[in-house]
Each structure stands twice: as structure tokens, then as C-alpha cells.
Design a binder for this molecule. Structure first.
Ligand code: SF4
Length: 406
């Protein structure tokens, strides 16, 4: 054994016992089995595919129900294409979670039918407590939400009382209530840059990939909760580089919930909305897309002459757990949208105390976003630190905005 190797093998800390290592392996195995079981249950609840005739009838029926119940449909880009199309055709919307929250809050309909996952329904309820918020399946959740239980997260935050708690929108209402700020992937970089420029130290939860991407970009002092998205975590760096070799002309679009080795190969990094804009507006004719494949429907619709390739989640012959489709998003279907509206069932409930505390941290993000848009969003490639510092100066002259961000 040469010196170099022995150095690499030497332990800089007390060597763990075999029992200790075995306990770790067992815990990891148990976690994997639990996860597999949860995913299996989610896939089992995915509504059956309808034949064309039945689908057309269901769509017509759902359209009537929406009118009858003064309801509007708010859908995420990752749900089934027919739900996205129906939301748009009936005066609703399709968007990312920030756009969904804004739309639901501003729309006059008394009932919001949210086709997405639980945290999206909760956010709609928090922002519109006077409205009825229905979801096709209240068990449609998210691995980030599941991986960040409020008690454990609170205990984690309590260890660092001097830090500002910033949580991603993909969390429960209770976790949002514990946070100082809620962010979505479309505004996270700007908000963390803003907090960092004020000298704030941050606790970030729950997505570790997005957190470490933001940490690298901003240089902020961040302690990260170690959660991940079951879909984005599975994109593979090596397989992506092989696909790029096959399609050297393709622009690579990556959501920052993906692992660092995938993000490092991106031409465009951003939220689903930002990736969609890039697909439509960029002069490239082909794209490799690393996010849930549900987005390809809208990309193909808005850019019909362009070609889209899904980024690989695993090597040939390997297995993947989500295969670039979110099992919980797939739980939304025409059938359960209909039964929810017919029965007025699956109403989202959030307790009064949680709702008010969570609203404060969500509203801060919405207020930041409104002020930042009024000031002027940074152009692609601009120095974000310099831009945010100008924004800070602008806030000093615009107290009504500044007061909302304290
Ligand atoms: S795609 Fe990932 S982040 Fe989005 S809902 Fe599914 S598990 Fe959560």
C-alpha cells in the first residue's frame, strides 16, 4: 500500500465499530424500504387511463361542474396533460407553485380546485382562508414535505436561534408556520441574496440540492436540512453527459433540485417557469430537460417545432424509483377531480393558529416578489449581488415595501 492510499484510508476521527456501521446500514435499509412502500402506495392510487370517448365525456362533465360550483382549476405543470389543458380552457391556470398561489389568491371564484400536491392546496388555503379549497386526493404529497416533519425541523431550528429560517414552499403548513420566510425555486436565489446582504445567517430546509446550489451562488452562511425530491434526486450526471454527446446541439435545462453534477452541466438553471420560458424563447432547436416530464407537455405545446429529450434518471438496465414522473402529481386525474367537485369532499383544512403564522412567512415572499418586480428583475447573466444592493437602496426610498419585508 503506498503512502497516498494509506493516507486516504486513515480515519481522521475514531474508527467506528462494526456494530455502529451495521446500525447505519440497517437504518438506511429501513428508510429505503419505507420509501419504496410509500411510493408503491402512491403509484397504486394513480387513476386509470381513460379511453378517448370516456375522456371526452369526463372533460365535458368536469367543465359543467366547475361552472355549477363557481370553481376554478389551478394546476401544476407536472399533472396530467388533460388536466393542464382543462384548467386553461376553463379560465383557470397552469403554473409553478408561486404562480398557483398568486392566481388562487387573486381570482374571484369561491372554490379553488387545486390539481397538484398537498402543500400547494395548503398554500392556497392559507392565502385564501375564506375560499373552499378542494384537492382530488388529499394524500398526494411530496417527498420534501414527508422528509421534513415539523417536530424534528423545529428542534433543528431551535439549536440555532440566531439564524433566519428559510423554507422551500414544498413543506407542510406547520413547517411554514415555524419559518421566517417561505421561498419557491423561482425567487429563492433573490431572497437569499437579499438576506445575505443584510448579514443574516440562514437555516435552509428541506431540499439539500437546491440549498447547496443557492449557497454556492450567494456565498451565504447556510445550514441545510438534508431532504431531497424523489424525482430530481434521480437525475444522473454521467448519463446526462452521454446524452449530451449524442445531442451536442441541445440546450440543457435543469431544475436546481437536481444533484450538483447534473446542475453543473446545465445551460439554464431555474424553476419550471424559467425552464419553460427558455424552451420557448431560446433560439436552440432541441433541449435536454432535467425536471418532471410533466413539463414537456407545455413545452411541446408552446414550442411545437422544437425537440425535447428527457434527462436520464438511471443507466440502461438500471431501475429508477420515479423515472422523472412524480407519483404524487400522478394521483390527480379527471375521475377524482369529478368526484371531489360532486361530493364537495377533500377540502383542505389548516388550523387557525398555523394558518396565521404560515401566512406571515408566505406573504413576505409574495411582498418581496411584488416589490422586486416593481423595482425591476435582474437580467439573465447580470451580477445579482450588485442588483440586490441597488434594490436595497430602492427600498430605503420606498418604505411601504420595505416595512413588509421586516
Ligand atoms: S416533483 Fe419532487 S418536489 Fe415536486 S411534488 Fe413531486 S416529490 Fe415533491
Amino acid at each position: 500500500m503506498n503512502t497516498h492510499t494509506s493516507e486516504r484510508l486513515s480515519y481522521p476521527y475514531e474508527k467506528p465499530s462494526l456494530e455502529h456501521m451495521q446500525a447505519h446500514v440497517n437504518a438506511a435499509k429501513q428508510q429505503q424500504e419505507q420509501q419504496a412502500c410509500i411510493l408503491h402506495e402512491a403509484w397504486a392510487k394513480t387513476p386509470a387511463k381513460l379511453q378517448d370517448n370516456a375522456k371526452a365525456q369526463a372533460i365535458a362533465h368536469l367543465q359543467n361542474l366547475l361552472t355549477q360550483h363557481n370553481a376554478v382549476m389551478v394546476a401544476h405543470y407536472y399533472v396530467a396533460p388533460e388536466l393542464q389543458d382543462l384548467a386553461l380552457a376553463t379560465g383557470g391556470m397552469v403554473g409553478d407553485s408561486l404562480e398557483m398561489a398568486r392566481f388562487g389568491q387573486n381570482h374571484s371564484a369561491q372554490t379553488l380546485l387545486v390539481a397538484g400536491v398537498k402543500f400547494m392546496g395548503e398554500t392556497s388555503k392559507i392565502l385564501s382562508p375564506e375560499k373552499t379549497v378542494l384537492m382530488p386526493d388529499l394524500e398526494a404529497t411530496c417527498s420534501l414535505d414527508l422528509g421534513c416533519p415539523v417536530d424534528e425541523f423545529t428542534a433543528f431550528c431551535d439549536q440555532y436561534p440566531d439564524r433566519t429560517v428559510v423554507v422551500y414552499a414544498n413543506t407542510s403548513a406547520e413547517v411554514k408556520a415555524r419559518a421566517d420566510w417561505v421561498v419557491t425555486s423561482s425567487i429563492a436565489l433573490e431572497i437569499v441574496t437579499f438576506l445575505h446582504s443584510q448579514g443574516k445567517k440562514i437555516i435552509w430546509g428541506p431540499d439539500r440540492h437546491l440549498g447547496s446550489y443557492i449557497q454556492k451562488q450567494t456565498g451565504a452562511d447556510m445550514i441545510l436540512w438534508q431532504g431531497s425530491c424523489i424525482v430530481h434526486h434521480e437525475f444522473k450526471g454521467l448519463e446526462l453527459s452521454l446524452l449530451k454527446e449524442k445531442h451536442p446541439e441541445a440546450l440543457v435545462l435543469v431544475h436546481p433540485e437536481s444533484p450538483a453534477e447534473v446542475v453543473a452541466q446545465a445551460d439554464v438553471i431555474g424553476s419550471t417557469s424559467k425552464l419553460l420560458q427558455a424552451a420557448v424563447n431560446h433560439s436552440a432547436k432541441s433541449f435536454i430537460v432535467a425536471t418532471d416530464q410533466g413539463i414537456l407537455h407545455e413545452m411541446q405545446k408552446q414550442a411545437p417545432h422544437k425537440q425535447f429529450f428527457a434527462a436520464p434518471t438511471a443507466g440502461d438496465g438500471a431501475t429508477c424509483k420515479s423515472c422523472a414522473f412524480c407519483p404524487w402529481m400522478a394521483m390527480n386525474g379527471l375521475q377524482n377531480c369529478i368526484s371531489t367537485l360532486e361530493d364537495q369532499s377533500h377540502a383542505v383544512q389548516v388550523s387557525h393558529t398555523t394558518l396565521h403564522a404560515a401566512r406571515r412567512s408566505i406573504q413576505r415572499m409574495l411582498d418581496f416578489s411584488a416589490a422586486y418586480r416593481e423595482f425591476g428583475v435582474a437580467k439573465d447573466g447580470a451580477d445579482l449581488n450588485a442588483h440586490i444592493s441597488q434594490f436595497q437602496q430602492w427600498l430605503e426610498q420606498n418604505h411601504e415595501h420595505a416595512q413588509k419585508l421586516v
